[in-house]
Design a protein around this ligand. Structure first.
Ligand SMILES: [Cu+2]
Length: 636
């Protein structure tokens, strides 16, 4: 037995989140380099738990979603609601984890019954409109370091303090106090339960109950959850703390109901230059050129096998936290080797002349059919056929794919910006500057479509053709997605993102950092407003706002004198989303309505390293809305 064989055998008991093939490659690299890292590997294996420790309520397939024919393509564990409720007892823990090619001591979610078994990505919660999400979360991480007690405002801090955010959900942003009254933030000692309240703070040892009541008319969609405590958000999300929330389509809104669902959670691991993971304060240093890799469901470059005629619905989440994960998401024909992308990355090394060098790899494109952006269906529209999708941290994209037998490659290419509201990527000659992404292209996954016929091919084909002919029905569309009424007043306060990257960076909105006087919008319940978003420095910032989605209604073009020419989006082309990349010199007008829920929540840059360092505002909706834990019984 060779040394390499021995290591592979030692690692067979790792959690199923870590594929053996990845370990093999990592072992191979370590052996090939002749470093001491090989000696560490058996210890890594011992530190992990056998997958049989996992409680049986977690599955990777469920009748709630149509499973793909390929049962070996790893899907995150899944919990489905029963009798109107999905529940879990979770801990945030810290321990040694191997992700893709790297190993490090990082923070993760785990089930209370197996607290040392990391769930990366975290379980997919599969629910229906009107369901209750009930999560008891205990912070089992070690105590915070000494710097936690003395940190300055908007300095990354207290990396072991946490909370929970439900990104994309139209739910209350408040908690209910032990006195029975709605409240914002505080510690669990004063809280009976929380809805989507990101002002809550859970220090190590504290436990909080989350009861997130979806309204009966919640739109179906692909959403997600992650920690959102200002100061430690980026570290924890970058460590891998994120999971999907799928709100199932009611039968009258179903899109290609027999198409199998494939979940793709894209997470970025940032490495220390060797085989270690950067997991703490060093993450906040400007690191556009840092090594690392983007994983799919915790796997490095997995292969998805698809049967002939198996039209699939891909639900893709960009759970990245850093500028590295701004990307163009491209499906290409054929097998693109990683070496082709590495070669192009090398041409953008600092100091290189990139004149005439293509930003996006020349490759033969394959079509994907966008049916939802940020989880919200393109109601009343036909699927948007795309080959290159500008995809920012926080975004979701639901695509139908209809692939002929053959080989394909899904790649993370350099970000070029969006040319429209559907996220179609700009061509090379109009690409926005994106320093972090021109050096981090990679293969995300390989797809092989076999000649084996898919059992339900004829049924799915019929549904797909009907969808292409008729578009996505508006039947049952939720009231909070209705068109705006009359003139939408413009708020005179702009959302101007300004970044001065240094260590620590200077990240402001309209010259204010989070918590400073004026770093707040106050709006009335059920009012509608138009806001202006702009990036005043040469960096892209993805704008995200909690609780209510918005529509981009105009895309600007700023000349060198700062004069903006506006290109209005025709009303029939407008779509709903909750996260939009704001590129330099391309300001946006958005319209949103503050329906149903009062209370304070936040808007922020979804490059979470920027958020933690100040790029966040409070948004207070005044009035009497639906309190936490109360269901809105409106049926549409
Ligand atoms: Cu930013």
């Amino acid at each position: 037995m060779t040394e390499l064989d021995h290591h592979e055998e030692s690692l067979e008991l790792v959690s199923p989140n870590v594929p053996l093939t990845n370990i093999s490659r990592r072992s191979f690299i370590a052996v090939g380099l002749g470093t001491a890292a090989t000696l560490v590997l058996p210890k890594t294996a011992q530190a992990k738990s056998d997958s049989s420790n996992l409680i049986s309520s977690y599955k990777t397939t469920s009748p709630a979603l149509n499973p793909p024919s390929d049962q070996s393509f790893f899907q995150p564990y899944l919990k489905s609601s029963q009798d109107g409720k999905v529940s879990g007892n979770w801990v945030m823990n810290q321990g040694e984890v191997t992700l893709g090619l790297y190993t490090g001591t990082i923070r993760f979610y785990a089930d209370e019954s197996a607290p040392d078994t990391h769930l990366i990505p975290s379980p997919t919660l599969c629910v229906n409109p009107g369901d209750l999400i009930e999560i008891s979360l205990k912070n089992s991480a070690p105590p915070n370091d000494d710097a936690c007690a003395t940190h300055q405002p908007n300095q990354p801090n207290c990396f072991n303090s946490t909370n929970l955010h439900f990104h994309g959900l139209h739910v209350s942003p408040l908690s209910i106090g032990k006195d029975g009254k709605p409240r914002s933030g505080g510690h669990p000692a004063d809280i009976a339960f929380s809805s989507d309240d990101v002002l809550v703070e859970m220090t190590p040892g504290e436990k909080n109950n989350y009861k997130v009541q979806l309204p009966a008319n919640h739109a179906p969609g692909t959403h997600w959850y992650h920690p959102h405590r200002h100061g430690s958000t980026a570290v924890q999300v970058a460590n891998g703390m994120a999971g999907l929330i799928v709100i199932k389509e009611p039968a009258n809104q179903a899109i290609c109901p027999d198409a199998p669902d494939v979940i793709w959670v894209l997470q970025d691991v940032v490495s220390d230059g060797g085989t270690g993971i950067i997991a703490d304060a060093e993450l906040y240093a400007p690191f556009g050129g840092n090594p690392g890799e983007c994983l799919v469901n915790g796997q490095y470059q997995p292969t998805l096998t698809v049967q002939k005629g198996e039209i699939q619905r891909w639900r893709i989440l960009n759970a990245g936290a850093s500028p590295r994960t701004l990307m163009n998401l491209r499906l290409c024909k054929g097998t693109v080797p990683q070496s082709d992308l590495d070669a192009l990355n090398a041409k953008f090394a600092p100091g290189q002349d990139t004149t005439g060098v293509p930003r996006n790899l020349p490759a033969e494109p394959e079509s994907m059919y966008l049916i939802a952006r940020d989880g919200i269906n393109l109601y009343g529209k036909k699927p948007n056929v795309q080959t290159n999708h500008a995809f920012s941290p926080g975004n979701r994209a639901d695509f139908l794919v209809n692939l002929a037998p053959g080989n394909y490659t899904l790649i993370k290419d350099a970000y070029t910006g969006s040319k429209d509201v559907y996220g179609n990527a700009k061509d090379d000659n109009e690409a926005v500057e994106s320093r972090a992404t021109v050096r981090t292209r990679q293969v995300l996954a390989y797809i092989t479509v076999t000649e084996t016929p898919y059992a339900k091919a004829a049924t799915v084909k019929g549904q797909f053709e009907q969808l292409l002919a008729n578009g996505i029905p508006t039947t049952g569309m939720s009231s909070y997605l209705n068109p705006f009424i009359g003139e939408v007043p413009q708020n005179s306060q702009p959302v101007n993102f300004e970044a001065v990257p240094r260590n620590p960076g200077q990240f402001t909105i309209d010259n204010r950092k989070y918590g400073e006087p004026g770093a707040k919008f106050t709006v009335a319940l059920n009012s509608q407003e138009e806001w202006l978003l702009d990036s005043l420095s040469n960096v892209t910032h993805p704008f995200h706002i909690h609780v209510n989605p918005f529509q981009v209604v105009a895309i600007g073009s700023k000349n060198q004198q700062g004069v903006i020419t506006w290109n209005d989006i025709p009303s029939e082309d407008r779509i709903w989303q909750d996260t939009v990349a704001v590129d330099p010199n391309i300001p946006l007008k958005i319209q949103h309505r503050f329906d149903d829920y009062n209370g304070t929540f936040v808007l922020h840059c979804h490059i979470l390293f920027h958020e933690d360092q100040g790029m966040m505002y409070d948004v207070e909706v005044t009035g009497n809305g639906i309190p936490p834990g109360v269901i809105n019984t409106v049926s549409a």
